[in-house]
Design a protein around this ligand. Structure first.
Ligand code: MLT
Ligand code: MN
Ligand code: ZN
Length: 298
């Protein structure tokens, strides 16, 4: 399978429209530092049957930016678009509204994510006059996976963190998941986890067995959101394990055999500046900083 990193930023992107912090100002001054909302395209054995993991505000620009994801040849329109979701957060889901020109949008999500989108965001009611929305359950890892375009997909449950618009919805371990992608022909496996609130034993085992792991890189250290005044909570308190420090993901990922890449960078993260010394710290541990537009063959 081929993985194409369409975007690598957390909610707001880099730069964020209403922010003049060093990360956002730096991206305005240096366009190569710009990052769009995190999303992944997956191409299986039939490269014309690509699908997406997460569809954020940039989705149509993502599809336009990559030749393999454009319609055609000829004057055909892309008839069906398939989207797997890691959670119901707005930065991962509002792209579904932007995809309404499709004849059919196939959405693979866990039950609580589906319910939030249908009942809280009223996506069925809103989109039915434009397109057909088909909902599919994303099975839990270990259960029979779903075949999507020749790739076996399932979900490693990560946390009960609900989006702010559904904060009072019932707890469920499937609110935030890592999407597991397995190519049965190549025998390769990837995990995509742009929101990781805690390092569970199950996630550790799945990551240890994978060939490639994308992990939440929202914040560099736990105090970053408080220090920079964007939240009263720590990174962990906001549902994002930090990269560095005790309990951070870097020390967990470094020993793994998998190729490990961070994604979902907030504009406050020092890693959005390519000259920041934090890049060397990760490189010394064999860990990578994903960029928009990377292609990974597994
Ligand atoms: C998150 O990653 O924590 C959310 O996307 C933040 C938000 O947009 O509320
Ligand atoms: Mn987010
Ligand atoms: Zn900023």
């Amino acid at each position: 399978m081929l993985l194409l990193t369409l975007g690598t930023a957390a909610g707001g992107g880099v730069p964020q429209w209403n922010c003049a912090c060093p990360g956002c100002s730096g991206a305005r001054a240096h366009p190569d530092r710009r990052r769009t909302h995190d999303s992944l395209a997956v191409l299986g054995p039939d490269p014309s049957s690509w699908f997406l993991v997460n569809a954020g505000p940039d989705v149509a620009d993502h599809l336009e930016a990559h030749t393999a994801l454009r319609p055609g040849p000829g004057d055909e329109r892309t008839p069906v678009v398939r989207v797997l979701l890691t959670d119901a957060e707005l930065d991962h889901t509002i792209g579904l509204l932007r995809l309404r020109e499709a004849r059919n949008i196939e959405v693979h999500a866990t039950a609580p994510v589906r319910q939030a989108l249908r009942e809280r965001l009223a996506l069925d009611t809103t989109l039915t006059p434009y397109t057909t929305l088909s909902w599919h359950d994303l099975p839990q890892a270990g259960e029979k996976p779903t075949d999507v375009a020749g790739i076996e997909v399932s979900a490693v449950h990560l946390s009960t963190k609900r989006p702010r618009y559904a904060a009072d919805a019932p707890e469920d371990s499937g609110w935030v998941v890592a999407v597991r992608l397995h190519d049965p022909v190549r025998g390769s496996t990837a995990l995509y986890a742009p929101a990781l609130a805690e390092w569970s034993e199950e996630f550790g085992e799945e990551a240890a067995a994978a060939d490639c792991v994308f992990v939440d890189g929202t914040f560099w250290d736990d105090e970053e959101p408080r220090r920079l005044g964007i939240s009263a909570r720590t990174s962990t308190g906001m549902g994002h394990l930090p990269i560095e420090g005790p309990g951070g993901t870097a020390e967990r990922l470094a020993p793994l055999p998998a190729r490990c890449l961070y994604t979902h960078f907030n504009n406050t993260n020092p890693l959005v500046d390519p000259s920041a010394p934090e890049h060397g710290i990760l490189a010394d541990r064999g860990l990578e900083v994903a960029q928009d537009g990377m292609v990974i063959e597994l």
